[in-house]
Design a protein around this ligand. Structure first.
Ligand SMILES: O=C(O)CCC(=O)C(=O)O
Ligand SMILES: [Fe+2]
Length: 290
C-alpha cells in the first residue's frame, strides 16, 4: 500500500482518516521551506553542539537535538500547527486529552545505515496496547527534502494493525519522500525507521510527537523548558506541554492546584510576561552557561 499523500488544503479530519486507514500520511508543502530554515537558524548553536548517538538505534552518525520549545520560537508554532493538532486530536480523541511527547531535530549524517524498523510506542516499556488502540501520534517535518537516497523515513503502511513485536526488513518498507516544508504523520503503532543516508548531505527532520495525557512524556518538558521561559509562553502551548491535568487528576500540584496556577504563582518579578529575551538570559544564568 502506498503512503497516503494529501495537499496542504486537506482538513484535519481527512488527515486523521488517512492515519486511521494506513497509520501514516504525508501532507505536502504544509509550510514554506523558509520557515524550517528559520527554525534551523534559531537552533544552529545547539545543532552544532549536539553529539552523535552512541548506539545503533540512535545512530552513530545521527545527531538528536531536543528542547525545541525552549530553543526556537518557530518550533513553538510548529508544535501548535492547527492542522496537525486537529489530525492528532482525531487519532487520540478517545482519551480525555493529549500532550506533547517529544521535540527533536533528527540530523542524519552521510553514511548512516538504516535504523531498525520499530514502533514508537515501544518506548512505553513495550506495553502491548490492543491492536487499533493508538496512544501516540507523530510528525516529522522535512527541514530538507526527504529522498530515498538521503534517509527519508521508511514506513510499512497499514502495519499499525499488525501484531506487536514483529520483525520487519527495510525492504518491507517504502520511503516517505517529500519536499522540504512537508510533514509526515504516523501513529505510535506504525512500523517505521529512519532510512540509510547514502547521500553526501545531512538529512534534517523535525520530529514532534504527541501522546495521550495519561502516559509519561518521553521528553521531560518541565525540565527541558526552564520555568523562566515557560512563564512567557501562551497558555494553550503550556497546556499541551503538560501544564494541565491529564484525565481527572493526573499531574495536580499539592492541594489539587492546577499546574498553571503553580507555574504562575511563583512568577519571577524580574521577567515580564512575554519578555522572552530576558527569560532566556535568566535561564542561561541559572544553568551556569554564558
Ligand atoms: O528520523 C527518522 O526518519 C525516524 C527516526 C525514528 O523513527 C526514531 O528515532 O524513532
Ligand atoms: Fe521511530
Amino acid at each position: 500500500m502506498p503512503i497516503p499523500r494529501l495537499a496542504a488544503t486537506a482538513s484535519g479530519q481527512e488527515v486523521a482518516d488517512a492515519l486511521g486507514r494506513e497509520g501514516c500520511a504525508v501532507v505536502e508543502r504544509l509550510v514554506p521551506p523558509a520557515l524550517l530554515d528559520q527554525a534551523r537558524a534559531e537552533l544552529r548553536p545547539h545543532l552544532d553542539a549536539t553529539p552523535v548517538g552512541t548506539d545503533d538505534f540512535m545512530g552513530h552518525r545521527t545527531r538528536r537535538t531536543g528542547g525545541l520549545v525552549a530553543r526556537s520560537a518557530t518550533c513553538r508554532d510548529l508544535v501548535m500547527h492547527p492542522l496537525v493538532l486537529e489530525a492528532v486530536g482525531g487519532v487520540l480523541g478517545h482519551a480525555t486529552s493529549f500532550q506533547l511527547h517529544l521535540t527533536q531535530v533528527i540530523a542524519i549524517g552521510p553514511g548512516e545505515p538504516a535504523q531498525m524498523i520499530h514502533r514508537d510506542q515501544w518506548a512505553f516499556d513495550f506495553f502491548p496496547f490492543p491492536a487499533g488502540y493508538e496512544v501516540q501520534c507523530n510528525t516529522i517535518w522535512a527541514m530538507t527534502d526527504f529522498t530515498e537516497e538521503n534517509g527519508a523515513t521508511r514506513l510499512a503502511p497499514g502495519s499499525h494493525r499488525l501484531e506487536d513485536r514483529r520483525e520487519f526488513q527495510t525492504s518491507d518498507t517504502v520511503p516517505a519522500e517529500m519536499p522540504a516544508g512537508s510533514v509526515l504523520l504516523y501513529t505510535g503503532a506504525l512500523y517505521h525507521g529512519a532510512g540509510a543516508n547514502r547521500s553526501a548531505g545531512t538529512r534534517y527532520g523535525l520530529n514532534i510527537t504527541y501522546a495521550v495525557s495519561w502516559l509519561r512524556q518521553e521528553e521531560n518538558q518541565y525540565l527541558s523548558v526552564p520555568a523562566e521561559i515557560a512563564r512567557t509562553l501562551p497558555e494553550p502551548l503550556l497546556r499541551l506541554m503538560g501544564y494541565a491535568r491529564g484525565a481527572y487528576s493526573l499531574g495536580y500540584v499539592d492541594d489539587l492546584r492546577d499546574p498553571l496556577d503553580a507555574l504562575f504563582g511563583t512568577r519571577d518579578a524580574g521577567v515580564a510576561p512575554g519578555d522572552l529575551a530576558a527569560a532566556e538570559r535568566r535561564a542561561r544564568g541559572i544553568a551556569g552557561v554564558t
